[in-house]
Structures are given as C-alpha cells and as structure tokens.
Design a protein around this ligand. Structure first.
Ligand SMILES: NC(=O)c1ccc[n+]([C@@H]2O[C@H](COP(=O)([O-])OP(=O)(O)OC[C@H]3O[C@@H](n4cnc5c(N)ncnc54)[C@H](OP(=O)(O)O)[C@@H]3O)[C@@H](O)[C@H]2O)c1
Length: 274
C-alpha cells in the first residue's frame, strides 16, 4: 500500500452539496489545504457550504450538473482543460436511493435512474477525467460504493446492484491503472444523510439508522484517512465493517442475517418488505 499525498491536491467531488460530499469538502479544505471543485445540482446547498468555509471559501468552487449525463462530463472536462486546471483526484460520491420496497413493486424507470446516477455517472466521470488525471504527478480516483456491494440489502435490490457494479468496475480499473493512478473504492455503512430523503422516515426509523450507523463527519474522516493511506478498499462505519467481514467468510448467512435484522425490526421503513 503506497500512501497517497492528499495535502494541497485539487480534488473534484461529485455529490458535494450534501451528506458525505460536503463533509469531505470541509475536511479536505480545512485540514489538508486542498482546492475542491464540487459537483451537484443544488446552488442553494453549495452556497451554504461555501459560507461555512469562512476565510477558506476561495479554495472551493462548484459546478452545477447532472452527473448521470455523459455529455455533461465531457463538457466539464473540456472546461477544466481550457482553464489549464489539472485535477489530482476525482471522488465519485453522488448517489441516490429509492424508498425501501420489494423489487416486484418497483417500476423500470426507478431502476434506470438508480443505475444511471449510481453507476453510469461513475463510468462517465472516469471516462472524461482519466486523461486529465494522468497529467497530475499523483492522480487518483475514489468511487463511493456501499456495504450493500458486499452484502446486498433486501428492499433495495437495484441500489445494491448499482453499488456492486461500482465495486467491480473500480476493482478492475484499479488493476488496469496500476502504477499510473491511485484507485480506491469506499464502502460506507448506514449514516443519517439526505440519502433517505425519499424514504419517508419516521422518528423511530431515524433513531434506528442513528443507532446502527455512523455520523457522516466520521465517515468522511475515515474516507480521507483511507485515501491518505493509499487503501484500495475503504470500509467505514461499524455496521459496514461487520457486514463486509461476515460477507467475505459466509456470504449467504450474512445476507440472511441482514434481512432478518431489517424485516424483524418492526420499523415503518421496512414495513413493505414482509
Ligand atoms: N448515507 C448512507 O447510509 C450511505 C451508505 C452507503 C453508501 N452511501 C453512498 O454515499 C454517497 C453519498 O451519499 P450521502 O449519504 O451523502 O447522500 P446525500 O446526502 O443524499 O448526498 C448525495 C449527493 O449526491 C448529489 N446527487 C444526487 N443525484 C445527483 C445527480 N444526478 N447529479 C449530481 N449530483 C447528484 C446530491 O446533490 P444535489 O442535491 O445538489 O443534486 C447530494 O448532495 C452515495 O453514493 C451513497 O449511495 C451512503
């Protein structure tokens, strides 16, 4: 494992307007002197983040675009090139999660949008940015998957599939780019963020996620530590550590256990899974 020199890098982060993304921006700018270019769709959330950076807000800029559209990435890469900006690190973090529901109750449109945002955006981002990242003295890509990539979760079959695709894509890319780019993949567990905004959570659901999960700032700090250590697989959050360990020795039992814990929890968010 070769450490990755994160200090003072120019970092592009997707989904930087909220959740893990905005926490990553704060840590990279405040603690590592990085310049960050955030990508997302909400100007309002970006303005708020920018204000929270105080004196250091000049280290942050944002670009608004939908990461699931290939042309947007091509345009973004051209713009960077035109301005002579050489990014060092790309963190593909943007993602969405539909409400917990059995696959048979979902429609094909939901599946397509989840795959487009969670997986195809990663492919398009890597495609557009690799030529620029290769110009950096220490280029790298970090893709955010989920513990669901190791241990698929009942009620979010397509989300789990999209994260499995991110994991396998990233691991293949890592071998292909060996010695030329640092490539890492992140596997966070549950954390209370905007990801569950469509899940119509009750107070009880939120406290379940809070109890099982890890604070978003802690997850972001673990991601940055993992990058600085040059880790290829960055597992963060206590539930993720447990599930990934169990899944690697007994995948079917891990899956059955996770399903039991969620469906027997009696929580509103998992009610439709029985
Ligand atoms: N929270 C968890 O429990 C958990 C667990 C495992 C993995 N993850 C993964 O961690 C990553 C970050 O999620 P989070 O928990 O921080 O969720 P979040 O708070 O909802 O943040 C996701 C960000 O992605 C952006 N985004 C969504 N769709 C986009 C699109 N089409 N184009 C551009 N930006 C888009 C959103 O920005 P705008 O609103 O500005 O578009 C938002 O800021 C995701 O990949 C998620 O799957 C989360």
């Amino acid at each position: 494992m070769t450490p990755y020199g994160i200090n003072r890098k120019t970092v592009v982060i997707t989904g930087a307007s909220g959740g893990f993304g905005s926490e990553l921006c704060k840590i990279l700018i405040n603690e590592h002197g990085c310049r960050v270019i955030g990508i997302g769709r909400s100007r309002e959330k970006f303005e708020e983040l920018s204000q929270s950076l105080g004196d250091r807000k000049n280290k942050f800029r944002y670009v608004l675009f939908d990461v699931s559209v290939r042309e947007n990435w091509q345009r973004f890469a051209k713009k960077l090139e035109k301005k002579d900006i050489i990014p060092d690190l790309l963190i593909n973090n943007a993602g969405i999660m539909p409400p917990f529901e059995k696959f048979e109750d979902e429609d094909g449109e939901t599946a397509k949008s989840v795959m487009d945002v969670n997986f195809m955006s990663v492919v398009y981002g890597c495609e557009a940015m690799i030529p620029l990242l290769l110009r950096s003295a220490e280029g790298g890509i970090v893709n955010v998957a989920s513990s669901a990539a190791f241990s698929p979760v009942v009620g979010i079959a397509i989300y789990s599939a999209s994260k499995g695709a991110v994991k396998n894509f990233t691991q293949s890319l890592c071998e292909e780019m060996r010695g030329r780019l640092y490539i890492g993949c992140v596997f966070p567990g549950f954390s209370e963020t905007g990801l569950f905004r469509d899940s119509r959570l009750t107070e009880e659901d939120l406290s379940f996620i809070g109890g099982l999960g890890t604070d978003k700032a802690e997850i972001a700090a673990a991601i940055v530590r993992g990058i600085a250590n040059g880790r290829k697989l960055i597992v963060c959050g206590k539930d993720s550590q447990m599930m990934t360990a169990l899944s690697s020795v007994a995948p079917s039992s891990a899956n059955a256990l996770y399903t039991k814990v969620l469906t027997e929890s009696g929580l509103e968010m998992f009610r439709r899974l029985k």
